[in-house]
Design a protein around this ligand. Structure first.
Ligand SMILES: [Zn+2]
Length: 235
């Protein structure tokens, strides 16, 4: 059976003599693995379709549960990511998050659209704030929303020293809430990424702090490893 799907390449591994197996995040069928035959040969017609972050319409053939790519038409290869190391690792983190949070048989068109948008924003130089926005959206979709508003204990807007509760994903005052220490910079970066109008500006330092906290929060709940994000935080 043949079908068409808009899809994003999350990762690709070499297979056999000259094939590649790509993990595709499709808009309408979730995540699936597909073989690209002969694609490592020089001048292969579908070489682009096996590149990380390739966003294309794929024509796939399904036979006994195995998928083969028949053809693909490119929407965007996000090639600008290759010229900026931090944007490249941030894009890698977007792909890793989709890969870790989607399991086979699950579809999420909203997450797909958000991932494509995040890659576009990274290409346009929006930096880590684009990744923070995507990370928060992906966490919410996975059932781990982050709240950065009034303290859940006293009901006031937290200021200065704060705490973050890994169980509920909430910020609160350091004196009210049990949790890991969190800075006001992190809190404001998360609020900005959540679209709160009082925090229009997200500083580069705030984005990095927010990414460290979100990584710890995700691994607290899922044990998911994110090597590209680790590289980004090491730069
Ligand atoms: Zn409080």
């Amino acid at each position: 059976m043949q079908f068409k799907s808009d899809a994003l390449v999350l990762r690709a591994v070499d297979y056999g003599e000259s094939d590649k197996i790509v993990t595709l995040f499709t808009a309408d069928r979730g995540k699936l693995a597909a073989n690209l035959k002969g694609v490592r040969k020089a001048g292969a017609r579908l070489g682009f379709a096996a590149q990380p972050f390739c966003f294309a319409e794929y024509v796939l053939n399904e036979k006994s549960g195995r998928h083969t790519v028949v053809s693909a038409s490119l929407y965007d290869g996000f090639y600008a990511l290759r010229t900026d190391i931090s944007a490249f690792y941030a894009a890698g983190a977007v792909a890793e998050l989709c890969d870790r949070l989607m399991y086979e048989g699950m579809t999420n068109g909203r997450l797909f659209v958000a991932a494509v948008r995040a890659l576009k924003e990274l290409c346009e130089g929006e930096g880590n704030s684009a990744l923070v926005r995507f990370f928060l959206f992906a966490l919410k979709e996975a059932g781990y929303p982050v709240r950065a508003g009034e303290c859940p204990i006293c009901g006031k807007m937290p200021l200065g020293r704060m705490a973050f509760d890994m169980e509920s994903g909430s910020f609160g005052c350091a004196q009210c809430l049990q949790g890991v220490p969190a800075s006001e910079t992190t809190f404001r970066a998360v609020r900005a990424a959540l679209g709160e109008k009082d925090c229009a500006e997200e500083t580069p330092d705030g984005s990095l702090r927010a990414l460290r906290l979100l990584k710890a929060y995700l691994s607290h709940h899922t044990q998911a490893r994110l090597p590209a994000l680790d590289e980004l935080l090491r730069l």
